[in-house]
Ligand binder design. Structure first.
Ligand code: CS2
Length: 504
């Protein structure tokens, strides 16, 4: 894109780059921070500063900074790669939020991220930041697998390599759990009140879960530390929702031309955004509600609603859509049978939910289907298919368990699980290799190879993976439903399996 680059060139042939100094050169209609960024101090450290955080919480904080919440800026931390820091440091932490729908794109420059630490480079610096009394909230988006736990039980996985490492090297941890505990231990000794830990990942009871994992890890270091954490640290739960596909090279190019300058790492998202937060912040918090966040006393029903309607159908569409040859969720949704299947996954979850009376689940489901169909988002089925071993329990299996308890059939969800099974064999319907990304990928592939592709052997072999299926994996009703679905999937292919499922 030499042409695009030359259009973005500054004086002396150098390119303009988004930064504090170049904000004034942005086209007039592009929203940007109107507050004085030099007056902002950090109050939040965010672990796992990926695209989702930058399109969600960081936007809320940007709104609050504009309203004068000057001591609630964000310092981000990447636990692994320096890429985000390398892209944003030359931009003073500024980046573009591109909100896309069929109606077009709205660009806005976000100013709430003040700095980014790379944990692997200077773990001590990150611990010091977390231990700083000015840090009153530590939020996390480290993905499901970042919690180093057993998804089925919600307990710390003591055999996780990072956990083993972090216990042996408490001053130079690698996992989010290791950093949280290192910093809390430091605060306890210094007599500093603890920060509030705010999980923003798609786990059920995410606050309760991270609290349990952190306490279990701390107990392996010191009983007294674990007791202090249990008594003093707040772990509010949250429901987070915004669809944020991975930023592509094409996104960078078109967004940079809209800005008239280069943004090395913009984020792309949809108009919809939602954040529901359990209101428990003993160390203080900004006025989240002023930026549209819903503060509640119990997030559980909303979390279940979102995981079992949105994420469940998303995962179902991802596995079956991928197998049927669809590259994106929006493309999958153009097939009416897939759209109907997604709606069925949602409908089947309804009897398992206990919502406040005013909740309209039919309207919620319709709005989800509309969001999935957003033609301007290129959300790859492959991206959502990632890490299924960490996602299935709270998205699909919990609903199946509840439906069995209620004496209801589970064939809809069984087809989604069968889609996952065929996907993790690593071979698609055309015999091509699938790039399966999952912490259990190698194990799952080995199990599948040993069982061979006969559905009546493959299904039971995978149902035996205890960390995913637990007791449900041994239930005969689960066995027959999943085996039946997998048999159809192999006999008909995903497209026809979904089609005949709908017309059956
Ligand atoms: C998706 C989620 O990648 C995935 O697994 O299902 O990231 C989904 O887009 C968000 O939870 C929407 O809020």
């Amino acid at each position: 894109s030499d042409a695009a680059k030359s259009e973005l060139s500054g004086p002396n042939g150098g390119s303009f780059r988004l930064s504090n100094a170049s904000l004034d050169r942005l086209p007039g209609q592009i929203r940007r921070p109107r507050y004085d960024r030099s007056l902002i101090s950090p109050g939040i450290v965010h672990l796992g500063i990926g695209a989702f955080h930058r399109a969600h919480q960081a936007v809320v904080i940007d709104d609050l900074l504009a309203g004068g919440a000057m001591d609630w800026g964000i310092v981000g931390a990447s636990l692994r790669s320096p890429e985000t820091r390398d892209a944003l440091a030359p931009q003073d932490g500024l980046y573009t939020l591109a909100v896309r729908s069929g109606a077009g794109t709205d660009h806005r420059v976000i100013g709430s991220v003040l700095a980014i630490d790379v944990a692997t480079e200077k773990p001590g610096q990150l611990i010091a930041r977390l231990a700083d009394p000015a840090t009153r909230i530590v939020s996390l988006t480290v993905t499901e697998k970042g919690y180093c736990h057993t998804p089925q039980t919600g307990d710390l996985d003591e055999r996780h390599p990072e956990i083993i490492h972090d216990l042996q090297n408490p001053g130079t941890p690698r996992s989010a759990i290791g950093f949280l505990v290192a910093a809390l231990a430091r605060r306890r000794i210094a007599g500093t009140a603890p920060f509030t830990v705010l999980s923003c990942d798609n786990l059920s009871a995410n606050g309760h879960t991270v609290g349990r994992i952190v306490t279990q890890f701390a107990a392996l270091r010191s009983r007294n530390l674990a007791k202090w954490i249990e008594a003093e640290v707040a772990f509010p739960s949250t429901m987070v929702d915004r669809i944020v596909p991975e930023t592509t090279e094409a996104d960078r190019t078109v967004i940079s031309s809209a800005l008239g300058m280069i943004d090395a790492w913009p984020v792309v998202t949809e108009p919809f955004t939602q954040w529901i937060v359990e209101d428990r912040f003993p160390a203080g918090r900004p006025d989240f509600a002023a930026a549209g966040v819903q503060m509640v006393s119990d997030v559980t029903p909303f979390e279940h609603m979102k995981l079992r309607l949105l994420n469940a159908s998303h995962s179902g569409l991802a596995y079956l859509g991928y197998l049927a040859g669809f590259e994106t969720i929006a493309a999958t949704m153009t097939d009416e049978h897939f759209a109907a299947f997604a709606r069925q996954v949602m409908q089947d979850a309804v009897p398992t939910l206990a919502m406040p009376e005013e909740t309209d689940l039919a309207a919620y489901s319709s709005s989800l289907l509309q969001r999935f169909s957003n033609p301007a988002l290129h959300h790859r089925t492959w991206q959502i298919a990632m890490d299924g071993s960490q996602k299935l329990p709270q998205r699909l299996l919990a609903t199946m368990q509840d439906r069995l308890r209620l004496g209801l059939p589970i064939n809809t969800h069984a087809l989604a699980v069968a889609g996952w099974m065929r996907y993790v064999t690593g071979t698609d319907e055309q015999g091509r290799a699938i790039d399966v990304r999952d912490p259990l990928a190698a194990k799952l592939k080995a199990l599948a190879e040993r069982a061979g592709p006969a559905p009546e052997r493959l299904a039971p072999a995978l149902l035996e993976v205890d960390s995913i299926f637990g007791a449900l994996g041994a239930d005969p009703r689960m066995h027959s439903a999943v085996t039946e679905a997998l048999t159809k999937l192999y006999a008909l292919g995903a497209r026809r399996a979904v089609q005949t499922f709908q017309t059956a």
